[in-house]
Write a protein that binds this ligand. Structure first.
Ligand SMILES: [Zn+2]
Length: 244
């Protein structure tokens, strides 16, 4: 897989990184990433992955852009309000990097559709905000042996983790939490979506290029109000409903 002079210039600051280099850039160009949820987390993740030169990107989201999305979903402009998110996102990302190929799915990922949606992708990013979708994504990734980069935000706190086989996401969250909060109800700091979504992009790039150590079986937690972070290990749950 070769690069044009324009591509070499575009990725120059990334190509000189020892951990990426020409081989890493080739791996990115050969890779296909699925972004589930083109919202607060999916938007910055998709932005940086397209900028980094991922070759193919799938975008799955059933929603249209709302005015209340714009304080954190940085792919969208006011003129996009009412437009399908996957269409507005693909248009914005193509304008950023015409070398990326997009496949859009204006539908929710469910247990019934998950396997078909993730097929053909090398890494799956889940930035959705409901547990039914997260479980469906996790179960499908586990069954297909695909690495999952999972992010979540609410109020002033965010987290990101990587799951490859065991432990899986459901070792962390086995069942639907009865007290699950939604950003619509409790709010979310917009810039926090940028922090966690960007970290999801970095983890995907690390998985694709082999750079560094992905957050596999670990969960990074950022408390923006206190300015503190911590990283905890995630162990395989022998009673996990998915991977045990
Ligand atoms: Zn599990």
């Amino acid at each position: 897989m070769s690069f044009t002079d324009a591509e070499v210039e575009r990725y120059a600051r990334q190509l000189v990184l020892r951990e990426i280099g020409g081989a890493g850039q080739q791996a990115l160009k050969a890779a296909s990433v699925l972004i589930v949820g083109a919202g607060g987390l999916g938007a910055p993740a998709a932005f940086y992955l397209a900028a980094a030169g991922v070759g193919r990107m799938g975008l799955a989201d059933p929603d249209t852009v709302a005015l209340s999305n714009l304080h954190r979903q940085i792919l969208y402009a006011e003129a996009d309000v009412g437009r399908r998110k996957v269409d507005a996102a693909a248009a914005r990302l193509k304008a950023l990097n015409p070398h990326v190929q997009f496949k859009t799915h204006a539908e929710a990922l469910t247990a019934a559709t998950a396997a078909a949606l993730i097929a053909g992708h090398d890494v799956v990013l889940d930035g959705t905000d409901d547990f039914a979708t997260r479980f469906a994504v996790s179960d499908a990734c586990l069954a297909a042996g695909k690495p999952l980069v999972s992010g979540a935000i609410g109020r002033w706190t965010g987290q990101v983790g990587v799951f490859v086989g065991k432990p899986c996401y459901r070792c962390l969250v086995p069942e639907l939490p009865p007290d699950a909060e939604t950003c619509a109800a409790v709010g979310v700091m917009g810039a926090l979506a940028g922090v966690i979504g960007s970290m999801m992009a970095i983890e995907a790039i690390k998985l694709i290029t082999g750079a560094g150590e992905p957050l596999t079986a670990r969960l990074f937690i950022y408390d923006a109000l206190s300015g503190e972070t911590r990283t905890v290990k995630v162990g395989a749950d022998p009673a996990c409903p998915a991977c045990a």
